[in-house]
Design a protein around this ligand. Sequence first.
Ligand code: ATP
Ligand code: MG
Length: 418
Amino acid sequence: MSAIRPVRGTHDLIGEDQRRHAHVVETARRVTALYGFEEWTTPVFEETGVFSRSLGDTSDVVSKEMYTFEDRGGDSLTLRPEGTAAICRALVTNGLTQSLPQKVFYTGPMFRYERPQKGRYRQFHQIGAELIGPGEPIADAEAIAMGRDVLAALGIMDNVVLELNTLGDAESRSVWREALVAYFSDFRDRLSEDSRNRLERNPLRILDSKAPEDRELLADAPMLAASLNDASRRFWDDLRDGLQMFGVAYTENPRIVRGLDYYSHTAFEFVTTNLGTQGTVLAGGRYDGLVAEMGGPQTPAIGWAGGIERLAMLLETTPPVRQPVAVIPVGEVAQEAAVRALSALRAGGVRTEMAYRGNLKKRMERANKTNASHVVIIGETEVASGTVQLRNLATGLQDEVAATALVQAVRQSGEVSA
Ligand code: ATP
Ligand code: MG
């Protein structure tokens, strides 16, 4: 029998990895709540149509990255590759399209069949936010400011820049599209095979290509700016004014088109130089057509998603583990009093542990190994007098305290680090 191994591109979160991961999620949850966002949780799989209809069939995700399978009832299901389409599906199927705006935070695993490498996995995790309803550019500015605040709260804004672009409205994009087709058609033979396919179907996609032969041709490709109509130009100006008001710094990058088809107007990426080509840590844009695609009314929306693994790697420090208090019974007679002390400390909000076996020496060693701040020693004498010995391991000072006063004594005897 061959050994069991984890599936390629998946990873377990244990110890420091899990603590970093949880810190990213908790920070994002806290910051988005300050902006009035509420958390939604949607299923990990959806009908395949939820994604294939919305993300665009020439996008990398739909054309080659989805985990799609037929279930036992013959339905085609897909493990979600991203969150936005599922949130829009949930908005529509829960009858919330008339209760706008909806400000949604979500987090969870996503699945894409990609080539695994540092910062790129087949099961990865995202935090995400969707602001559904408002079509005003100030909403885009606020959503981006919220993303910036999440990164700042994680302490990584020093190594991250915001790259900003506009994709204009549908009319502007169709003029641009023609210019792109004309340009790339001249270099048809030099394009990657994927991009040759994209040329007729979705030439914008070529701009997002990671193939080196495509990237060489991008430098001289026509820019959208030349094709922007008046309304799109005004939106773009108002967005940048809004960012100024929210105090968000950015650089303009006309190459940002985003990997999925549903975007219009605003497109942005927070990028770090610390992670090589996997440098985009949080990205998003405006997607005014997606709710309608799910069968709802035409509804404007703006959102973003951040890759938790990439964010966790950028954290400068690992969130600390709370130091425990170790309770040590000496002899069978002290067991019951020890359990009482254990329960009282936990009820008082103190992280407390008790080993299941061993003499005083073994248990002291174990307490040191778990980095305990205090030990509570209870022997025959203490049981008889209703007291305990409380020792602060940092100072070495030991006091006899009444069992009933233990929680208070621990608190007073020095910071139990939170
Ligand atoms: P990339 O250009 O790196 O492939 P993307 O445009 O496909 O990213 P989005 O769909 O916008 O990414 O997802 C938002 C964020 O989720 C990305 O910026 C990244 O941080 C993270 N992410 C995307 N795909 C993966 C993956 N396979 N593994 C780990 N993180 C990922
Ligand atoms: Mg991708």
